[in-house]
Write a protein that binds this ligand. Structure first.
Ligand code: LRH
Ligand code: MN
Length: 446
């Protein structure tokens, strides 16, 4: 029982038999009631400031916008120097990972999908998992294969790469794994496969770059041919780590080359942390979108390398500029913002409660999207056509510097979620309840 005597429902929930842990609607309403007056005041000011814009359509777009949560980011991650578990209550099974994403979705109404990583999350009973997930209003997002770790009992090692490997049998093992992952995804109702390859080299001379590319392409083509008609393949690029001299899918150009040669179901995937320092990611996004080869995102933030920090925690202006290009580019192609690209977080939590960290990432992404939706595009195009550089910056920064949090909160309210997700998460002492229920557990995954 939390301080204010509230329970989060832990016992078997008769209304939702498969649901073990849930935040009840009446708890959310009680929370919202306590914040409603100040929220409505902020929202009315905002509507006044933006009376020249169709704020209602912006709020509806925010309600429709769903961000998938990675199953491997629900526990405390670590680095090679150490892993410092939080107080416990971390999910041990896929079922508990679905529960955790269900809790996030109940709190913010914007985390309506979970993305599984195989073999960290091999589904034993896909139908039961689909029922459990739909009970929380969740669907299964892109599936992730893993040929960057050797599995116990595996015939071959990926030490020198998987799809690039000079040894055909090792490439075959990796191809079969990806096809296995597609089968799991089909059973769960997913419709996309994300392939991130750690493949590359650590020293000059170690690898023939052309052969590595050709082996990787040939292998991806075999995986591509196993995709159902309505599926997508996301080719995720990364500049370095765990290889530190070359990476075989090392940047957006290489990923675009693979995706273009593979076919219309193949796209590039942009993980914000996978770029060399100071890369202009918003320009990369604009061009991939223009080419119709942008598949989706792994949102996070970083100061140095693939730090996998909370989205918007280090470079919020960059996140806004990326969404500015996304809204401009998607509208130019008449794309559906919520459905036509893959929106996902990929982060790792070393010092924060994973669920609080994920709530903060979703909030930062929703705010960046709201800001991009409110950019005065007509005025911006005019300023660009007049080479009025100062005016163009004024237009962008006016929106970036506007406090749009009440818009994002209103979208949550209309989705039946909490006005202040972290306040309710703490108010209900959800972490303590999870610890009471699960014990000092540590999650599987990264
Ligand atoms: C690689 C990566 C990839 C995942 C892994 C967990 O750095 O971003 O998307 O498979 O993290
Ligand atoms: Mn990633």
């Amino acid at each position: 029982m939390s301080e204010n005597g509230d329970y989060i429902a832990i016992m078997i929930n008769l209304k939702k038999p498969n649901i073990l842990m849930n935040i009840e609607q009446n708890q959310i309403e009680k929370h919202n009631d306590s914040l409603l007056t100040s929220h409505q005041r902020k929202l009315s000011f905002l509507k006044e400031d933006w009376a020249h814009v169709d704020v209602e359509s912006v709020i509806q777009k925010l309600v429709d916008f769903q961000i998938a949560i990675p199953s491997w980011a629900l526990g405390t991650g670590g680095t090679r120097f150490g892993r410092f578990a939080i107080t416990g209550g971390e999910p041990r099974t896929i079922e508990e990972k679905i529960e955790d994403v269900g809790l996030l979705h109940a709190l913010n109404g914007a985390s309506g999908a979970i993305s599984l990583h195989i073999p960290w999350d091999i589904p034993q009973n896909a139908e039961a998992l689909k029922t459990l997930a739909s009970g929380y209003g969740l669907k299964f997002d892109a599936m992730n294969s893993n040929t960057f770790q050797d599995q116990k009992g595996a015939a071959h090692s990926y030490k020198f790469g998987s799809l690039q490997n000079v040894n055909k049998d090792i490439r075959k093992q990796a191809i079969e794994h990806n096809i296995e992952v597609i089968k799991h995804g089909i059973a769960l109702g997913s419709d996309a496969l994300t392939v991130w390859l750690a493949d590359g080299s650590c020293f000059p001379g170690q690898l023939n770059f052309r052969k590595a590319f050709e082996n990787t392409l040939e292998s991806l083509q075999e995986i591509y041919s196993a995709l159902p008609e309505d599926w997508k393949m996301f080719v995720e690029y990364k500049a370095f780590e765990p290889n530190f001299y070359s990476t075989t899918v090392g940047d957006w150009g290489q990923s675009l080359l693979y995706a273009s040669k593979l076919g219309k179901k193949a796209y590039t995937l942009v993980d914000l942390g996978h770029h060399l320092p100071n890369a202009n990611i918003e320009q990369i996004v604009a061009l991939l979108l223009m080419e119709g080869k942008l598949g989706g995102f792994h949102f996070n933030d970083s100061k140095y390398g693939d730090d996998d920090l909370t989205a918007g925690s280090i470079k919020p202006y960059q996140l806004f500029l990326i969404f500015n290009e996304l809204v401009e580019g998607m509208d130019a192609k008449g794309m559906n913002h919520a459905k036509d690209l893959g929106w996902m977080i990929d982060a790792s939590h070393n010092v924060k409660d994973p669920l609080e960290d994920l709530l903060q990432s979703v909030e930062a992404i929703m705010i960046a999207y709201a800001q991009a939706l409110l950019v005065d595009r007509k005025a911006l195009n005019e300023a660009q056509n007049n080479n009025d550089v100062a005016k163009a910056q004024e237009i962008l920064q006016h929106t970036f510097r506007s406090d749009l949090r009440a818009l994002v909160a209103e979208a949550r309210l209309r989705a039946g979620a909490a006005l202040s997700p972290i306040a309710l998460y703490r108010g209900l002492e959800v972490r303590n309840q999870l610890v009471n229920h699960r014990g000092n557990t540590v999650a599987t995954g990264l």
